[in-house]
Ligand binder design. Structure first.
Ligand code: ATP
Ligand code: MN
Length: 476
């Protein structure tokens, strides 16, 4: 007989002999094992005939132990489950020292669990989060696959430091204590591994653009790295990004794509991950109860997800948004940390969240930002001062997507690079796209962990990636 998963057994209606392997969550009254194997948030109850079980064996059934159970699947005698297993044999596959095992059957703080990230998926919350993370990745690939996109792998080590999205991590094999120097005393990168200075990528966009201009519709989904010292609950030094890029698509098309895509992947988990979502929904509701009334969210997790799938995203220009913010209560009462005085101000997360959570109360797409607060490659508008950029703002998260229509005019792009001191030699291949069959094209970047935060209701980005990398922290 082969082992079944807990998920299979809980759904099974034929009552028969079964086998299952998993980890003991709890063992009550020398009789009831709550067993979990990661296949579902739910445990299966295994009832031990303790009178006929060896006492030393009973002592080894401890929280965290790995066990192999054989028994009969029967209708449950107790409440809370339809079926349970009347155990006929139990084998301890791996003992767990009950006293030192960090994951005790009680509530642990997320900080404590971060220090034990190698074991935290043995809790309900983290196993649910990581199953959702997996499911969302699948939904993303499925969406693009069904919509005619090719999946492209962009390089992780990059030779251009002009990607313009933030500080980078250097990749080098030079002797750090005694690097070779040029005549002028600079580090001689011609002797470095790649014969030049290289970094970990901050985005796959520029390379994705090259493929969009031949394959039409492409996307990347890979790790990106930013060496910025932003110790916030929404920033990681290593995170995963989804970046579609589409030829012949303008900014309006880009917004349509992003909205349809976000709705589709969220619908997917609403359809396929309800057990986990129901658990996380309750967890969030309990957490909200500990907050002062004014800070509580009006919607539960599942309501928030449905709210996104069922409502149109509000499209608002940067200029309109500035007007709203300038005249807003927190601005007038000087409650914002950064007050909005004039057109041209960069929006901080407090402003984004005000727009989404207080003013519009729905996901918002802001577009047509001032050129000088956005990246060099964004398409300049006819007004000469704004670019065809768009950011999607989500409740509780702030910016979740950043995208734009790309500058397709060679001369305009060159001028922009000159102003920003980006050498043309550095991006000759990027400029080539504008020389040979240039065309309107657009794309966006979605920070995967921000999506997982939204879908799980977790408030710290460190809790939605298995092993978070943040300043001063690269354990595991
Ligand atoms: P932010 O203003 O929040 O720092 P950004 O403007 O630097 O974001 P982009 O360069 O546009 O972001 O990157 C695209 C997307 O990647 C963002 O919308 C966000 O979802 C995500 N993202 C950016 N930086 C990080 C980070 N350090 N950790 C996790 N996700 C990030
Ligand atoms: Mn940033």
């Amino acid at each position: 007989m082969t082992s079944s998963t807990v998920a299979q057994l809980l759904k099974q209606t034929t009552l028969q002999e079964v086998e299952v392997k998993g980890w003991v969550r709890t063992f009550r009254a020398n009789r009831f094992i709550a067993l979990n194997d990661g296949s579902t948030i739910n445990n299966i109850q295994c009832v031990v005939d303790f009178e006929n079980t060896d006492e030393t064996l009973l002592k080894r059934i401890t929280t965290g132990a790995a066990v192999h159970i054989k028994g009969d699947l029967i209708e449950s005698q107790g409440q809370g489950q339809n079926v349970e297993i009347a155990v006929t044999s139990i084998e301890i596959l791996g003992d767990s020292d009950a006293d030192s095992y960090p994951i005790q059957p009680k509530k642990h703080s997320f900080e404590f669990l971060r220090d034990n990230a190698h074991l935290r998926t043995r809790t309900n919350t983290f196993s649910a989060v990581m199953r959702l993370r997996s499911s969302l990745s699948f939904a993303i690939h499925k969406y693009f696959n069904e919509n005619g996109f090719y999946y492209m792998h962009t390089p992780i080590i990059t030779g251009s430091d002009a990607e313009g999205a933030g500080e980078m991590f250097r990749v080098s094999t030079l002797d750090q204590k005694n690097p070779p120097l040029t005549e002028t005393g600079e580090i001689d990168h011609s002797q470095n591994f790649f014969g030049k200075d290289t970094n970990l990528t901050v985005s796959g966009q520029l390379e994705a653009e090259t493929y969009a201009m031949s394959l039409g519709k492409v996307y990347t989904f890979g790790p990106t790295f930013r060496a910025e010292n932003s110790n916030t609950s929404r920033h990681l030094s290593e995170f995963w990004m989804i970046e579609p890029e589409v030829a012949f698509m303008d900014l309006a098309g880009n917004m349509d794509l992003a909205e349809d895509f976000m709705k589709s992947v969220i619908s997917y988990v609403l359809e396929h991950n309800m057990d986990d979502l129901a658990f996380l929904d309750k967890r969030l509701t309990d957490e909200e109860k500990t907050k002062p009334q004014a800070q509580r969210s009006e919607l539960s997790l599942i309501e928030k997800l449905k709210f996104v799938t069922e409502n149109n995203f509000k499209r608002v220009s940067y200029t309109e948004a500035i007007d709203i913010l300038r005249n807003s209560k927190p601005n007038k009462k000087k409650k914002f940390n950064y007050l909005i005085n004039e057109w041209g101000a960069d929006l901080q997360s407090e402003h984004e969240r005000f727009l989404v959570e207080k003013h519009f109360k729905c996901p918002v797409i802001l577009f047509d930002y001032p050129a000088n607060i956005k990246a060099f490659y964004m398409r300049l508008n006819e007004d000469g001062k704004t670019v065809r950029a768009m950011d999607i703002l989500f409740p509780g998260i702030g910016e979740i997507v950043g995208g734009s229509q790309r500058e397709e005019r060679l001369e305009v792009l060159k001028e922009k690079m000159a102003v920003l001191d980006i050498p043309e030699e550095e991006l000759w291949w990027y400029l080539d796209l504008r020389k040979y069959g240039t065309a309107v094209h657009s794309g966006f970047g979605l920070g995967f962990e921000r999506l997982v935060m939204f879908a799980t209701g977790m408030s710290n980005i460190r809790d939605v990636i298995p092993y978070p990398r943040t300043p001063q922290n690269a354990e595991f």
